[in-house]
Design a protein around this ligand. Structure first.
Ligand code: C2O
Ligand code: CU
Ligand code: CU
Length: 488
């Protein structure tokens, strides 16, 4: 039975007859399914300014404007004046990270350091907000594997809007183990922050999720890379490292390249995998990162498109369309001097779990609450619970290994499940697909597609305090699809 409940739905011998607002009329603004409109690939790829080992840097969140569409000015929220793309922090493992977060957004905000293993007081808990005009001193020691992490605001109920309006940036951790591999760097290492936006013809960003878009997540018809639509980047016929972050609120990408170009995944959320894995495509859901090696050497003087192919894991609202994300012109001279490593640093296995917990991802059941006319709050739940800041849902012991099971077997929407304060291993998935190559290392966000049950395992670090676990579809999260756990 079709359970989104947004229009009337009846299943007749396997065929779903939908009416009302769930019909796929491909019309942005009136419906949940949003068709991507490819911009002309003519804008240069913006690259973030890099802040190395910050010791007292001021990260100011404010209102500004940026040209997302060529020649059109969009009012946005941003960490950088007059631009959308936030600074990229690069930190060496073992270093102290010191940043003053100054909130000039005109509303409460805060910063969550997604993927970092840091104390609860520094994590950007949804209730730990910064009043407009105030500054919060962030200070922690980076003590984890090299990898691609990121940061974004997390004030409960406004996370989706603030991230969508532009607040998101990358944080890269470096270590010696990784440096020894000689991976492409400098101009041969490209951070790519993907985010889809809904823009008026005048270029103005819209964030106005309807009831059905709270169900599916808010999607835009324009895909941006590093804050700009229709991106083209000149590359040399050599090996590149692409660090891709899906910073979209809800859109999932099935990343691949034109020219049947395969590529190598070397890392994901929590750093390098145990071994390089060659793939032709990879599903990246909101919050996830993929560290890729792409060889452009056989495409001299040609162009290669970064694509999103169709997929079946996206429920009713995603995956039906293939589109191009950005264009690479293999027109430059140069050589990264790098090769695909034959091996990567090994990953220490976790001991067997002391505790198992199951989390059922579900829709509000019973009458009322999801008829299409209510507030929309609390339609997405975990174990039938809606986020409550005053309630601790799970207490875990520092140092303990646990097995957490995300059960979406009765669901019809994809949920990228994310835990703060810890990295986990994906150890199993039931349903049509198994553990994917890019899920073979450490992760902090995992896609739990409709019908799937995903098992993850982790050892909780010794940072006592309250953290959250939530769906990284930001409309689901703001709707309350989030629980609290406390490390004791
Ligand atoms: Cu990137 Cu709690 O999220
Ligand atoms: Cu996080
Ligand atoms: Cu969700």
């Amino acid at each position: 039975m079709y359970r989104l409940g947004m229009g009337s739905a009846v299943s007749v011998s396997g065929v779903q007859w939908l009416s009302g607002c769930m019909k796929h009329d491909m019309n942005p603004g009136s419906n949940a399914y949003v068709t991507v409109v490819e911009a002309e690939f003519g804008q240069a790829l913006p690259l973030p300014s890099t802040v190395f080992n910050p010791e007292g840097y001021t990260l100011r969140a404010g209102r500004t404007s940026a040209n997302i569409l060529a020649g059109k000015s969009s009012p946005v929220l941003s960490y950088t004046p007059n631009a959308l793309l936030a600074p990229l922090f690069r930190v060496e493992k073992g270093r102290r990270f010191k940043v003053q977060v100054n909130n000039q957004t005109g509303e409460k905000s805060n910063v969550h350091w997604h993927g970092l293993l840091i104390p609860a007081t520094m994590d950007g808990h949804p209730e730990a907000t910064i009043t407009n005009g105030d500054t919060f001193p962030v200070e922690f020691v980076v003590n984890q594997r090299a990898g691609t992490y990121w940061y974004h605001p997390h004030p409960h109920g406004a996370t989706g809007r603030q991230v969508y309006m532009g607040l998101a940036g990358l944080l890269i951790v470096q270590d010696d183990e990784e440096a020894a591999l000689g991976l492409p760097k400098g101009e041969y290492e490209l951070p790519l922050l993907l985010s889809d936006k809904r823009l008026t013809t005048a270029g103005v960003l819209q964030y106005n999720p309807s009831m059905s878009e709270i169900m599916t997540g808010f999607m835009g018809e324009t895909v941006t890379v590093n804050g700009v639509a229709g991106v083209v980047h000149e590359v040399a016929p050599t090996l590149y490292r692409l660090r891709v972050l899906n910073a979209s609120n809800a859109r999932i990408y099935n990343l691949g390249f034109s020219q049947s170009q395969t590529f190598t995944v070397i890392g994901s959320d929590g750093g390098l995998l145990a071994a390089p894995r060659q793939v032709s495509n990879l599903l990246l859901s909101p919050g996830e990162r993929a560290d890729l090696l792409v060889d452009f050497s056989s495409f001299k003087d040609q162009s290669v498109l970064l694509r999103s192919e169709t997929f079946t894991e996206g429920g009713e609202a995603q995956g039906q369309q293939a589109f191009s994300v950005m264009k690479f012109m293999v027109s430059k001279k140069g050589d990264s001097g790098s090769r695909i490593p034959s091996a990567l640093p090994s990953i220490t296995a976790l001991p067997g779990p002391a505790t198992t917990r199951t989390f059922t991802l579900d829709m509000a059941n019973g009458s009322g609450g999801h008829g299409g006319h209510g507030s929309g709050k609390g339609m997405h739940r975990i174990n039938d619970k809606v986020y409550d800041a005053k309630r601790v849902d799970q207490v875990v012991k520092a140092g303990d290994t646990e097995l957490w099971i995300f059960d979406n077997s009765n669901g019809d929407e994809p949920h990228p499940m994310h835990l703060h304060g810890v990295q986990f291993r994906v150890i199993g998935r039931t349903g049509a697909r198994s553990v994917q190559p890019h899920e073979s290392g450490w992760k902090d966000t995992v896609l739990v597609a409709p019908g799937e049950v995903v098992r993850v395992q982790m050892a909780f670090p010794s940072h006592p305090g309250r953290f959250v676990m939530h769906c990284h579809n930001l409309e689901h999260e703001d709707d309350g699809m989030m629980l609290q756990f406390e490390i004791k």
